[in-house]
Design a protein around this ligand. Sequence first.
Ligand code: NAD
Length: 501
Amino acid sequence: MSTIPTVKLLIAGEFVESRSAEWRNVINPATQEILARVPMATAEEVDAAVTAGKRAFKTWRHTPIGTRARIFLKYQQLIREHIKEVAAILTAEQGKTLADAEGDIFRGLEVVEHAANIGNLQMGEIANNVATGVDTYTVQQPLGVCAGITPFNFPAMIPLWMFPMAIACGNTFILKPSEQDPMSTMRLVELAIEAGIPPGVLNVVHGGEDVVNAICDHADIKAVSFVGSTRVGTHVYHRASQAGKRVQCMMGAKNHAVVLPDAHKEQTLNNLVGAAFGAAGQRCMAVSVAVLVGEAQAWIPELVERARKLTVGNGALPGTDVGPVISCAAKERVEDLIARGETEGARLELDGRLPSLAGASSEGNFIGPTIFSGVKPGMALYEQEIFGPVLCIAGAASLDEAIAMTNANPNGNGTALFTQSGAAARRFQEEIDVGQVGINVPIPVPVPLFSFTGSRASKLGDLGPYGKQVVLFYTQTKTITERWFDDSSVSTGVNTTISLR
Ligand code: NAD
């Protein structure tokens, strides 16, 4: 009998073994060690999770604000206490360094802290005397069973973008984590249950395409939140919308950092290297294109030298800067794109294939920092989201040319401008058509006082995850207009017009 642990489903408050005949391995990308087996849940199991969510909603929707808030206060404390333990699981299954894994959890923890403040966030509006003796007010009521589908690259932060805010608003939830690294997500789910989330309020099913399609189609799921690639997100958006659901999809990216020659050179080069190669480039907000304007193009040799100094290896080992990419298939894909870049005429300034490894297994999916200059629209390197440690450098003669290039790219997830000029910064933030804009900030992911945004091909749906927008996403606004009569009220007689008098 196999001694490899299995990843459980969570249905109606119980962690249960799937009856599926279809399983896949969860693999440590730094060593190829099999860590666990994860099931592709059956249609009946998805249905059982939704039924549990539907049943729990009947009581959870009426749970007082304070009770909901206190669960998330407890939850944030439990996450803090277990952050190192969860980070170790995350690094083993995902590959990023331990420090970055803690960052992944911390950015999710901030959303949990925000969910603990639900009382202030889920408030309606009131207008007094909209007509004589008539008041109108709104309430933000939960929708019912909501679902979340998450990608492999942030197995802590992105599930925590979703279920805490949905549940804090009074919904119940079905989470479908990435099948590539579900173990750290499941540890966070266990802690959520320990914090007091009642049976059926949070459920988890594992799987791939079939489970995602079942979620999109299920008549009892009211809203779907998706984070992942543009191809899958576009499919989810259309399929779930067609089934009458509210849908938000946060998708792929090609983030351009524009560098003006007046930028602070030292800070800019360090920021570019960190944002391009951190997490092995597997962040939706990674800088994947640097547009060097005018004389900033002379900085390429220094940029290359800084990138060359990064240590590639197992993220669990101290001193590692760049861990492996998630799978053998991802490694092959990135290496193919590097080879294509060479044949398409870009200049390979730094080749990360066959990197020297600091004490790590050569079996791991390692690619070192890779830099191309002379990258142009039309090249596969530029057109595709590489999602690996590859930085494309393009040149531009002016800020306007750099803005035009960024806006012509189909993606609009994140961007950054490096400059010392306030006027240039203002022009950039006005003209750029990208959701998240950093001014001398390379990865401008907003804290939960704001919402995660995104434009054009990077996002479908109007409302973003967390912050104020997600409260609107996970609630239905109801408008109540009321009048009360007492004996002193003057009868106005029968009124057949629409006006309120
Ligand atoms: P992915 O699209 O392959 O997978 C995302 C989810 O969809 C997973 O849960 C997966 O099981 C499921 N899925 C995969 N193939 C499917 C199919 N054919 N039909 C239905 N469901 C399917 O994405 P990934 O590789 O896990 O994550 C990387 C991608 O996510 C990158 O494109 C990255 O830019 C994007 N991302 C975007 C954001 C953002 O906020 N914009 C954040 C993180 C990641």
